[in-house]
Structures are given as C-alpha cells and as structure tokens.
Design a protein around this ligand. Structure first.
Ligand code: CP3
Length: 344
C-alpha cells in the first residue's frame, strides 16, 4: 500500500506529475475547528498531551482539505519539558521555559532514558493516527533540531537573533556542547519512539539554523542532523527523513549529502528556480510558498503557487509553505492553493 502514497513516492526520489502537498502548522489557530478543540482541552500544552484531542486536531485539516500528509500534533518544546525544563505558553507572546546558563543547569536535566514518561501521550497520538488516517495519507512525526531547541532552553523564550544561545556557545563551548549532546540523544530516542508507534516519515525542524554561520553551521546544524539521521537509519531502515535548516541560504547546497536527509525543506528566502538548480539536483525538496499568501490570497497566491510547481517540476518535490501558516490566514486561501497545485 505504501508505494501508492504520493509523499513516500516523492521522498523515494520519484518525480510525480502533480506534487503531493501538506502545510506546516496545518492544524492551527486559522481553523475554527482547531480553536474549538483547543478550548475544549483548556490550553495548548493540555491539547498536546491529550492523545484523543491531539488526534482530532491532526485529522481536522485532512478532513477539510485532503492533504497528502498529516503531521503529528505536538510541539518541539515538549522535549525540553521531558528533560525537566519548566515550560508554559503566554497568550499572545509565545513559549517560556526555565533557562540553562551553566554546567549545573545541564547536569540537572533528567537522563535521556526518562523522557518517555512525559512523552508517552505523544506516542499514543501517533498510534491513534496510524490507525485512523486514510490509506493514501502519510503520517509525519517530528522534533526540533538540537540547535533550535537549545536556543529556547538557553534563553527561556523565542529570541529574534538567538543572542543568549550564541553568547553561551561563544563563552563556554563545553557547556553548550554538553547541552547539544543531551538534546541530540533525546531527539534520537524521541523520533525512534514515534517511528515505533507508526510515524512513516520524520521531520527535523531547525527553525533558527540561519543564525549559525560558517563552521558553527557545520558543527551545530549539519553535524547533529547527520548524527540523528544516521542513528534513525540504522534503527529504522527505510524511514525517510525531512530536514529543515530554515534560512540556511547557500548552506542548503549539499545539505542532503552532508546529513543523509531524504528531503530538504526550504524557506521562502530562496527562489524555487534557485532551489531547482542548486538543491533539487541532490534529491527531494519541500517548500517554499510565502505563508503571507495564505492571508492575502488573490491572483498572486495562484500565480506564485503555479510558479513554484513549474520551477520544481523537473525533480522530486513536495509542495509546502516556506514556514508555518499564521493564525490570521483565510482557510479559503488554503483551498485555493491546493486547487492551484492540483490544477483543478
Ligand atoms: O505543523 C503542525 O501542524 C504540527 C504541530 C507543530 C506545532 N509546532 C504546533 C503549535 C509543529 C511541527 C510545531 C513546531 C514548532 N514549535 C517549531 C518549529 C517550526 C517553526 O514554526 O519554526 C517551533 C520553533 C515551535 C515552538 C513554538 N510553539 C512557538 C515559538 C510557538 C508560539 C508561536 C505561535 O505560533 O503561537 C508555539 C506554539 C504552537 N505550536 C502553536 C501550534 C499550533 C500555537 C499554539 C496555540 O494554539 O496557541
């Protein structure tokens, strides 16, 4: 059956006449049915840890739009929480965590083997989904990349330039690297458990990779991705991995080969034509429509969508946005994008 799933075919290197499609944050606040289920759960974290409701919100965009993939409903910050960090969300502002600023902070984290105690409900969501999805829809699990997760664990919040994480890296590399190591190990165990529960693909989100420059990019974006992918390939051969080193720019070139990723997801700061020439030559790519088109819609949405489909038609391609859909998006624009991709 799996050979008929369009996403798995593209990840396997096939060039399909119509690219399969899904959307980052496809289960999210732009959908009234998501907002209703989140209200039922009480708050965002309670929704993440309620397997029945997390299953429900994962399925909502599949029912409404018929996407080719469902992405597990969870968050990259559940891993820090499972390692012992305090985590909460401030409405209208975003995540807050206890901070790690020194060796004692790293040493106080829980052992990697203990993360499953916290994360078991997420694996249950994956099991529910594996049994509930239509046969042609692929189930994607995910985790944050070590650098992106570390930026939140160090600063205790999202930061525009990841300043605190860069400062710790530059001031005390051994402590920074001890933290990266702990997150890398936890990520391998977390993604492995998702695969054992039924995830057919996993994606590694490195949202802040673009702020790593030169050698730092190679050491803290490329190398951890390579280690995670190698460990997963060994334990779970045949499970494809999508890597998303957001805003990597020139560093997108060669990222497939450097990490072993089956697909490289690209943001909207590079053109689809450039991606075809420089990245897709090495394998499947995913992206890269500007998510603001989901707010503004109109003719520009349709023409940009068609342009990306055309530019990437010569190789394996999964259509997606360059970053997550925002809460102010119009659900009708998502339908227009899908129609433009599928040519209806
Ligand atoms: O894509 C999906 O639909 C799957 C679920 C998913 C969420 N977050 C749900 C979510 C995924 C894959 C993520 C990844 C994630 N989370 C990333 C990497 C991708 C990216 O966007 O760069 C990051 C950096 C986070 C951390 C995070 N979670 C932030 C910074 C925020 C607040 C910002 C915001 O959009 O509110 C979240 C909250 C979050 N994660 C929401 C959702 C649907 C909104 C929470 C709500 O319902 O109030």
């Amino acid at each position: 059956m799996s050979e008929n799933k369009p996403i798995l075919r593209a990840l396997n290197g096939e060039t399909l006449p119509t690219p399969p499609i899904w959307m980052m944050r496809q289960a999210g606040r732009y959908l009234p049915e998501y907002r209703a289920t989140r209200a039922q759960a009480g708050d965002f974290l309670s929704l993440c840890y309620n397997s029945d409701l997390a299953t429900e919100v994962t399925l909502q965009p599949i029912r409404r739009y018929g996407f080719d993939a469902a992405i597990l409903f969870a968050d990259i910050l559940l891993v820090p929480q499972a390692l012992g960090a305090d985590l909460w969300f401030v409405t209208g502002e975003g995540p807050r965590l206890s901070t790690i600023t020194d060796r004692a902070g790293v040493e106080q984290l829980k052992p990697v083997a203990d993360i499953h105690e916290t994360l078991n409900p997420v694996y249950q969501t994956v099991r529910n989904l594996a049994g509930a999805l239509p046969p042609e829809v692929t189930l994607i699990g995910f985790a944050g990349a070590p650098w992106t997760v570390a930026t939140y664990m160090i600063a205790g919040r999202g930061t525009p330039d990841q300043g605190p994480a860069h400062a710790l890296k530059d001031a005390d590399r051994p402590v920074f690297e001890a933290l990266m190591e702990r997150i890398t190990q936890a990520t391998i165990e977390y993604l492995s458990a998702q695969i054992e529960a039924g995830a057919e693909v996993v994606k590694i989100f490195d949202s802040w990779a673009g702020s790593l420059k030169g050698d730092d990019f190679d050491r803290y974006a490329t190398a951890p991705a390579r280690r995670i992918i190698a460990a997963l390939n060994e334990r779970h051969p045949g499970i494809p991995v999508i890597a998303f080193p957001r805003e990597a720019g020139e560093k997108y070139i060669g990222f497939h080969a450097a990490t072993g990723a089956d697909c490289v997801a690209v943001d909207d700061s590079v053109s689809a034509e450039w991606v075809a020439e420089n990245v897709q030559v090495d394998g499947c790519v995913q992206g890269n429509l500007k998510s603001s088109h989901m707010v503004t819609g109109g003719e520009a949405l349709v023409s940009e969508t068609r342009r990306i489909v055309k530019a990437l038609a010569g190789g394996p391609h999964i259509f997606n946005l360059g970053h997550g859909i925002t809460p102010d998006a119009d659900p009708d624009n998502v339908k227009r994008m899908i129609d433009a991709v599928r040519g209806t």
